[in-house]
Ligand binder design. Structure first.
Ligand SMILES: [Mg+2]
Length: 180
């Protein structure tokens, strides 16, 4: 048994909470389309949500009220709490600085056991000095740490990394790997 806690960084969007569902809903309403989240097979949303430009899609996220419709994935609260109690936990998000404060406030509201000091705004996640990184974007899993890809319809073509379907599986994988 090790006498120090492993450092775990979790991505936020697509790992802890569902960003795609409210984003696609807002897009459908604003641009009169009828896209289902399961239609999205690529990480770059603008390739599927073709009635809006990339900039217009991004502008949806700049609306403060939008974030009231962003909610945790099932079991995310329970397993974020467990990971936070048992490990040295960080949330590492690649986020536009104009959205960062809104996101931090939303995290603190949804997960009162998280401190703002645990949340990191970072563009290049290879800079993180952690034992584990969990992300739904394979391109972000590019550093010197253990990697888990959070499963999503838009990353199924990637077979490079250990895959988890939710934070419960993330917890179980880390628990198992750290026992050995
Ligand atoms: Mg993400």
């Amino acid at each position: 048994m090790r006498n120090f806690k492993s450092k775990i960084a979790l991505d936020l969007d697509g790992v802890i909470w569902d960003l795609v569902d409210p984003w696609v809903n807002s897009y459908n309403i604003l641009y009169g389309d009828n896209i289902k989240t399961t239609d999205i097979k690529e990480y770059k949303l603008s390739n599927t949500l073709i009635k809006a430009t990339s900039e217009e899609l991004h502008n949806i996220l700049l609306q403060k009220n939008f974030w009231n419709n962003v909610f945790p994935f099932p079991n995310a609260f329970e397993y974020l709490d467990k990971l936070n109690s048992e490990y040295d936990l960080y949330i590492a998000t690649k986020t536009d600085y104009r959205i960062y404060e809104i996101k931090v406030n939303r995290v603190l509201k949804l997960f009162p056991f998280i401190n703002p000091e645990q949340i990191i705004c970072i563009n290049n996640k290879s800079l993180l000095d952690v034992d584990w990184l969990v992300d739904d974007c394979a391109d972000n899993l590019n550093g010197n740490y253990n990697k888990i890809l959070l499963d999503a319809s838009y990353n199924r073509s990637n077979h490079e990394f250990i895959r988890a379907k939710d934070l419960k599986e993330v917890y179980n994988i880390i628990k198992f790997m750290e026992m050995n």
